[in-house]
Design a binder for this molecule. Structure first.
Ligand code: NZQ
Ligand code: ZN
Length: 388
């Protein structure tokens, strides 16, 4: 049953091989100063940096830069970037990169004109923004997080061993997103696989909740099927445009704020994954793949009907002559077989997580309502042990 909700997503998304050409039109809507935000250099190696800076110059913009945004961007880096954006009096933050760069640009957007410490205000205390905000636009170079079209921003604090995501309001959704799947061809294999599982799990986090007949669940099944099909093509041939373009579009839809509407949603795999990321700095999608099977086996008894549906509708498991438990288990086994075929991390030990670090992970895991079972800290530990 769909209850009350408001759906509003103000992002204008340009998709396809020619999408970057749309940047010129977008730039015309903003004032003279653009802060270009990017990561460790992949955009320089690919030539995208030259292309974008040429377009910025042609548009008559004054350009400042924040470079070196790391995967799992940190609170210290946020403070540094906030100062750059404020000193430049930025009219637009143009993020060119993957989820880390785009998340970071959103964090800078709320932090530049914030007189408080932004990590404490916007991440530790999760306050709503009450200062001037800078508009964000992006050119996506790696698919996975959905950050290009949502208001999420995840910042890490390695000293405090915390990694916290704040889902802001629609005012923090990028005003525009440029998604050219060809730009993702150069993403390292490991990151491509991580991004695929990240998006798959975003869909699962929204799917495994509720026991109603919900339109979102049918959409989720279609997205998961498409992602499974395209991922198998892409790992064999990363330059297959059809597969990569389907993956990019699924990744955007998996977390562009539509799918979860009218649903409770779970997000506990993400909470455990983020806590693992806080202590290991591992690639986000791989922190999820390492714990997801154990988590789903653990909560399966509490949402058995949905796990049966997952098995039948996503993995074509035949239910005849089997108990619900058998069907549900076969669904998880099919998911694991797919995970092995695309080559994602299956054990937390592969991420460098050792048992002496479990306490920090358990402590850093937010325990959410909304899924089929609210975990206790002991259950988080049991899931880590089962994923060791
Ligand atoms: O830094 P550069 O040099 O650009 O290299 C990056 C980085 O090393 C590289 N890369 C990206 N595009 C490339 C490329 N290399 C070659 N060619 C390209 N076209 O890939 C590496 C990983 O990039 P990153 O942005 O870190 O990956 P991802 O997109 O997975 O983002 C991860 C971050 O997003 C957060 C995660 O927690 C993590 O901090 N998330 C954000 C969400 C959101 N906004 O809603 C939701 C997600 O659940 C997630 O939590
Ligand atoms: Zn994710």
């Amino acid at each position: 049953m769909l209850g009350n909700f408001t759906y509003y997503n103000p992002c204008r998304l340009h998709f396809g091989p020619d999408a970057v050409s749309k940047l010129a039109d977008e730039l015309a809507e903003y004032g003279p100063t653009v802060v270009l935000v990017y990561g460790g250099g992949s955009i320089k190696r690919s030539g995208l940096y030259d292309q974008v800076t040429t377009m910025l110059r042609a548009a008559g913009k004054t350009v400042a830069e924040i470079s070196g945004v790391m995967s799992n961007p940190t609170a210290d880096k946020l403070r540094e970037g906030a100062k750059v954006a404020r000193d430049a009096n930025a009219d637009l933050l143009l993020a060119v990169g993957g989820g880390s760069v785009i998340d970071y640009a959103k964090a800078v957007a709320v932090s530049a004109w914030c007189d408080d410490d932004p990590w404490e205000k916007y991440f530790l205390r999760m306050e709503a923004p009450d200062n001037r905000l800078i508009p964000v636009g992006n050119i996506l170079t790696m698919s996975g997080t959905g950050s290009e079209m949502n208001a999420g921003s995840v910042i890490s604090n390695p000293q405090q061993k915390l990694k916290i995501g704040h889902v802001f309001g629609p005012e923090l959704i990028p005003r525009f997103a440029i998604v050219n799947p060809e730009l993702t061809f150069t993403v390292p294999d490991y990151q491509m696989r991580a991004g695929i599982f990240d998006a798959f799990n975003h869909i699962q986090e929204q799917y495994f909740s509720g026991d109603d007949d919900n339109t979102s669940d049918y959409v989720a099944e279609a997205l998961m099927r498409s992602l499974v099909t395209s991922s198998l093509v892409a790992v064999a041939d990363p330059a297959d445009y059809e597969a990569r373009s389907n993956i990019s579009w699924v990744c955007t839809w998996a977390l562009n704020t539509l799918l979860g509407k009218g649903k409770a949603t779970d997000w506990e795999v993400h909470m455990i994954g983020q806590a693992i990321g806080a202590v290991t700095d591992a690639a986000h999608g791989m922190t999820l793949s390492a714990v997801a099977p154990a988590y789903y086996r653990h909560i399966m008894p509490y949402g058995l009907h949905k796990f049966v549906r997952f098995a039948v509708e996503v993995w074509d498991v035949r239910p005849e002559g089997k108990t619900d438990e058998q069907v549900a288990c076969e669904g998880i086994e099919a998911m694991e077989a797919w995970m092995d075929r695309i080559g994602v991390v299956r054990r937390v030990s592969e991420l460098g997580l050792t048992p002496d670090m479990y306490d920090d992970v358990v402590k850093g895991t937010f325990l959410l309502e909304g899924g089929y079972k609210k975990l206790t800290p002991d259950e988080v530990r049991a899931i880590l042990v089962a994923s060791a």
